[in-house]
Design a protein around this ligand. Structure first.
Ligand code: SF4
Ligand code: SF4
Length: 197
């Protein structure tokens, strides 16, 4: 946990973008969803719903912290989809965990990384560090051609093309937007330490 926190302070929620098996699992389902729905994939939730829903994960985090402190056990453990994914056959998994896992699987076919966006308490806590993390993602407006391909590449629907420095609490440091396939102009999007802009 403390390693994840330190990594988040340094470079944002890289655990979410690069390590979390549940994140990878949602991505696999997302690939299937994007084959089915093509460009409509990950665009189903209207902005007026999506924006407030993104704060739901902080309520989940507050609930987990409160209940864990009260009971001195990690209450999230047996109702979380993480545990359910790797133990779904076992009687130790609470029905709540299976329900959340089923909702995650189904919604991943329509929305990219729905659990990360709306419900994951670990991502919520790490995302709070995004405005102050050491390494930041920057867009150079002088070379940017405003093609918006980075916006389409971002699994978290962050409008990268409208930002100079990405400090959004939902960024998972996945680097999808910086890939050559996403941004056609080399060095326009870069990840670097310091607050140059
Ligand atoms: S695509 Fe870029 S802006 Fe979007 S989550 Fe990944 S690193 Fe952050
Ligand atoms: S993909 Fe690159 S060039 Fe296109 S809008 Fe994004 S930063 Fe600008």
């Amino acid at each position: 946990m403390s390693i994840g926190f330190l990594m988040a302070l340094l470079a944002g929620p890289i655990f979410c973008g690069w390590v979390c098996p549940l994140g990878t699992f949602q991505e696999w389902l997302g690939k299937l969803g994007s084959k089915i729905f093509k460009r409509k994939y990950n665009q189903f939730i209207p902005a007026s719903w999506d924006k407030p829903l993104r704060y739901l994960r902080y309520l989940v985090a507050a609930w987990v912290i409160f209940m864990t402190a009260r009971s001195l056990t990690l209450v999230f453990a047996n109702v979380g989809p993480y545990f359910a994914l790797f133990n779904f056959w076992s009687s130790e998994v609470a029905i709540g965990g299976l329900v959340v896992l089923a909702i995650t699987i189904l919604s991943s076919l329509f929305i990219e990384r729905p659990l990360c966006k709306y419900a994951c308490p670990c991502g919520a806590i790490q995302g709070l560090l995004n405005p102050i993390r050491a390494a930041k993602l920057r867009r150079n407006p002088e070379t940017c051609i405003d093609c918006k391909m980075c916006d389409r590449a971002c699994p978290m629907n962050i409008p990268v093309s409208q930002l100079i420095v990405v400090k959004d609490h939902q960024c998972i440091s996945c680097m999808e937007c910086t890939s050559e396939a996403a941004c056609p102009v080399p060095d326009t999007l870069s990840f670097s330490i310091g607050d140059k802009r």
